[in-house]
Design a protein around this ligand. Structure first.
Ligand SMILES: *[C@@H]1O[C@H](CO)[C@@H](O)[C@H](O)[C@H]1NC(C)=O
Ligand SMILES: *[C@@H]1O[C@H](CO)[C@@H](O)[C@H](O)[C@H]1NC(C)=O
Length: 344
């Protein structure tokens, strides 16, 4: 028996002798549990009578893409970031604010576009993982989350036009079946400018394109662009004896506008010119103590007790810059896992 996917609030479906009356909230946000009045005719009636508040059941039939309950409050996101992302007070703040703001806006004018900047190992990938885990069951493995790595998915210059078509088709296809789809583009600075331009229409303020609205989708871009500038500002701050946590977005805003003009594909593209990126999220270089935090969490996640000797040994193995002061880890927390293997 075929069951049509319900699109709208209040439609009725007849499933055999069973009448299911779906009541979606007026905003069709469907984030809150759906009160599902089950009016059942027939013998099974007495057994199943009652109200079932259970979005999963609804989704089982409807193939819908609800955010996790509670996603809108941002608490899960905040906790995830607090527990696992270290040394990034600015990134945390921007991510939580932008995301909760977006999720609580019943009528966003455009999809949310976040651009995450910083050196490798500072937590960009990690943060995007925590974001999608707070939104969808399964996080990165959810079928509503799509991750693209430039060098992996779009490696050949000569195939750009092919990639463009494919990418547009994928975005369109996925957003039409799930308006809340999330797209993550890694290695944005290595992505062909033409390819970036091809996603531009999806990020814009259109009500819809060919009958599809992209306004509830989320785009996350990751890149190293601007990392030197961010490091420069952080280092300058450190040298002036100020606390890292006092570093404000305003201190970095300047630098972000500077590297916007820099010579990399992404920044030349009209994403920037047309202000299609909603938030630039800076990731600061990580210090020795942050590396230690990463190691502790990694140990715990592998089921070990935290042994401070090992933590220190692994942290000492990382290389730090600048040469004289040795403040920031070269690779952030990136190689912590493999280095740790050696000690366990
Ligand atoms: C790139 O394009 C060429 C010619 O259009 C085609 O033969 C080749 O298979 C493509 N490569 C990839 C990786 O899609
Ligand atoms: C959705 O995106 C994936 C890539 O993540 C792609 O393989 C798939 O074909 C897309 N689905 C649709 C319906 O376009």
């Amino acid at each position: 028996m075929k069951l049509l996917p319900p699109r709208r609030a209040g439609r009725r479906f007849v499933l055999g002798a069973t009448v299911l009356l779906w009541q979606l909230s007026a905003t069709a946000q469907a984030v809150e549990p759906i009160s599902l009045g089950l009016a059942i005719a027939g013998a099974a009636a007495s057994a199943l009578t009652g109200i079932i508040s259970y979005p999963k059941l609804y989704c089982y039939f409807a193939h819908c893409c609800l955010h996790k309950p509670g996603a809108r409050s941002g608490t899960v996101l905040q906790e995830g970031l607090d527990d696992r992302l270290f040394g990034q007070h600015l990134a945390k703040k921007v991510i939580v604010k932008s995301l909760t703001g977006f999720l609580n806006n019943p009528k966003p004018k455009k999809p949310l576009a976040l651009s995450l900047h910083g050196w490798t190992g500072t937590g960009k990938n990690f943060a995007s993982r925590i974001i999608v885990e707070s939104l969808f069951e399964g996080g990165l493995n959810s079928k509503f989350v799509h991750q693209f790595v430039s060098t992996l998915h779009f490696p050949h210059q000569q195939n750009i036009s092919q990639y463009k078509d494919q990418l547009q088709m994928w975005i369109r296809g996925n957003v039409s079946s799930c308006p809340r789809s999330v797209f993550i583009f890694d290695e944005m600075d290595k992505m062909h400018a033409g390819l970036i331009d091809s996603i531009k229409p999806f990020l814009d303020y259109y009500e819809e394109l060919d009958g599809v609205s992209y306004r509830k989708a989320i785009f996350i871009f990751l890149s190293n662009a601007g990392a030197e500038k961010i490091t420069e500002v952080a280092l300058d701050f450190w040298r002036r004896g100020k606390r890292r946590e006092e570093l404000s977005l305003r201190d970095l805003d300047l630098t972000l506008s500077v590297f916007n003009n820099k010579n990399s594909g992404f920044w030349h593209s009209s994403l920037i010119d047309k202000h299609l990126i909603d938030y630039f999220v800076p990731f600061l270089p990580l210090e020795y103590k942050h590396v230690k935090m990463c190691i502790r969490v990694e140990l715990e996640s592998r089921g070990y007790e935290v042994d401070e000797d090992i933590v220190t040994q692994v942290a000492d193995e990382m290389t730090y810059f600048p040469k004289e002061e040795r403040i920031y880890s070269d690779k952030g927390c990136k190689t912590v896992c493999t280095k740790l293997d050696f000690y366990l």
